[in-house]
Design a protein. Sequence first.
Lengths: 293, 466
Amino acid sequence: MRAADSDVAGLGATRAIAFVAPALLLIGVFLVFPALWTLYIGITNYQLTGPAAAQPRVVGLDNFVSALNDALFLNSVGLTALFVFGSAVIGQNVLGFVLAWLLRRVRPSLRRTVEAFVLLAWILPGPVVAYLWFAVLSRDGGTFGLLLNDPATAWLVEYPMVSLIVFNIWRGTAFSMLLYTSALAAVPPTQLETARLVGASGWQTVRDVVFPHIRGHVLTNTLLISLWTANDFTPFLLTAGGPNHRSEVLPVLIYRQALESGQLGYASAMSLLLLVGNLVIALVYLRLLRRRA
Amino acid sequence: MRRTTPFVLLAVGGLLAGCLGQNQAEQGQPTRNADAKDVTLTIVANAVAGGKNTRGADWLTNWVIPRFTEAQKAKGVNVTVRFDQNGAGDEDYKTKIALDLKTGGGADIVEIDGIWLGEFAQAGQIKPLDDVIGKSGVDAWDGWKQIPDAVQGLGQFDGKRYGVPMGTDGRVLFYNKKLFAQAGLPSDWQPRGWDDVLAAGTALKRIPGVAPIQLNAGTAMGEATTMQGVLPALVGTGKPIYDGGKWQGGTAQVKDVLGLYQRVYGGGLGDAVLQQEAKGRDRSFAMFADNKIGILLESDYFWRSVVEPRIGVAKMADRDTAVGWALVPAKQSGSGVSGQDFVSMSGGGVRVVNPNTQYPKQAWEFMQFLNSAEAVKAALAGTAQVTQRNDVNDEVLKGDPMLSFIADEVLPITRYRPGLADYPKVSAALQQATADVVAGKSPDDAAKAYQDALVKAVGEGNVAGG
C-alpha cells in the first residue's frame, strides 16, 4: 500500500504530525511521564524524609514482593473489590437504571426535579459532600441517628464499609442514570409496544426487549464507574481508612503509605499494582464488548 | 516506529534515574545577598488566626512582623515578611513541610516539631546552622546562653545545631474536679500507681454519660497516641522506648503498657469508639470541656491552648477552678525509669532556617528577633508557658500555678524522645499495637504483631526482646 492511499485527508506526514503534536505532548507530559516516573520510584526505596530521601537505592522488585505479602495491602485489595462491586457494579448500575426506567413516562416536571437532585449529589465538590455525610452519620446527634432514634451510634466507625458503599451509590448514581436515560431512548418504541400487546410483564420487557439493545451501554457504563470507584479518594475524607484499617481502600492506603508514612517507593509500587488491576478489568470488559459485536 | 519505542523508554528512564534525591545544587554561600536592600522573608507555622494556635499566629502577624520590618527599615533595609498560616493536623503539616523542603522551596524560617529534626537532617532537607548561616554568625548570638542545655538538645542532631527551640512542655494527668467531687474523689488527687488511676476511673464510671479515662490510642490520633499514651506509660515501667542502642520490641514492659490499655478500654473505663474516629482527639478535648471525661493525659498545651478560657479550642470558662493536674505515676512506686515514682515525657517545637533561603543573613537576623527576650515575652500575650529562655521563664511562670508546676516538678523527671530517623516508624507501630488492643486483641497478640512490624521497619538487629 502506498502512503498516498492511506492519507485520505491529503495532509502529508509532516502536517499530520504537526496537528497531533500538541495532543501527544500533553499526553506525554501528564500521562506517560508520571506513569514512567511511578514505575521508576516503585523499584527504589525512596522516602519522603530520612537517609533514603537523600540517597535512594534501587531495590528491584522488593517493593512489589513485600506489597503482595503485606496483610494491609491484601486487606485493601479485598475492601476495594467490595467497594467497587457493592457501590458501582451493583449499586450505581442498578439504581441508575431503575431511576432511568421509572422516570421515562412520568410528568416532565417531576422527572426534572428528581434528575436535578440526583445530579446535585454528583456535581457538589467532594469535601462539601463529605462534610454533609459526616454530619448525617455523626454520633453527636447526627441526622441519621436522630431519624432512627439512636443518636449515639457512630455509623462511620461501626459500619465503615456499609457507610462508604451507601455514600458512593448516592454520590455516583447520576452518571448511570444519565447514560441509561439516553440509552433507553434508543430502544425502538414499536418493540416496546409489541411486548406490551403480547402481555409481557415489566421484567420480561426489560430482559428480552430493552437489555439486548442497551447491552453495550451497560458494559461501557460498568467499565467507567468501576474504574472511577476503584480510584476514588473520597473515602479518605469520611473515614481516613479507619477504624483500624477497616475501610482502607487502595487509594487511601497508597496515600497513607506515601505521605503519612513517607514510603514513596513502596506506595508507588502499590500504585502500579492498582494500575495493573485496572487494566485487567478494562481488558475483560473490552473483551466482552467485542464479543457482543 | 515500533523499534524506536524501547530506546525512547530507556532514554526517559535514564533521565529519571538522575533526578531522585538531588536538590542541593542551588544552595550557595552563607554570604549570598548579605547586602541586599530589598528582602523578602517567609515564615511558615502550623498556626492560623482564629483556629489552631491562634495566639502564635496573632503574635507573628501583629507583633513580630511590624516590629521587625520597622527595625530593618531603620538600618536602611526594606524587608517584606510573609507569614504562611496553616491549621492542619500535625502529620499533614509535616507532610507539607517535607514536600516543600524536598522540592527546593519552602519558607525561609520553618517551624517544626523537634522530633522531625533527625529525619529532615538525614534527608539533607535541613542543614546545620553553621553551614547555612556560617559558624561565626551563629555563635555570636547572645541568646544561646539563656537556653538550658536540655532544651537546646531539641534543636540538635548528631551533636550539631540545626535550629532554635521554641520552648518545651511536660505531660501530666489532667482531671475534672467537678466530676471528681461527684464521684467522691479528692480535689487534690495524686495517684501513686496505675492501680490508683484505674480505681479513680472505676469510681467515675458510676456517673452516667462520663468516659472516666482518656488515654490516647489508635492510629487516627497519630503521634498524640505515642506521646500522650504509650511513652508516658512505658517510662513508668522502667524502660524508655530506645534503650542501650535498641528499640523495645514486644518486651514485658511493652506488654505491661498494652495491658494497661486493655484494662482501660476492655474494662469500659474509656470510650473505645472515640479512639477510632477520624477526629477523635479534637472530640476528646470537646468532651473534657463539656465535663464528659474524668481524667486525660496531655501536655501543658492542653492547659494553655485547649481549655484556656479566652482563646482555647475547647474553652472552659471555669478552667482555673475545675481542672486539676497530677504527676503521671509509674506503674507502681519506684518502677519508673531510674527508679522514679513519677514520670513524664517532653517535646517542643524548633525553628530552622531553610537551606534554600535566598537571604541567609537576614533570615538569621529574623530568627534572633523571634527569640529575643522581648519577642518571647510578647508571644505569651499575658499568659504563661515554659519558653526556651530562662530569663523569660523566671519572670512569667510565677503567675501560673499549672506551668510553674511543669517547670518545677515535671521537667526534672521528664524524658525526651530519641531524635532518630527511625523513630516515626516505631511510633507508627506502637500506635497500631494500641489500635489492636482497643479493637479487642489481647495484649500478648498485639505485642507479637508489634514485634514483627518493628523488625520489618527497623531491622532485627535494632530490636530488643520479644
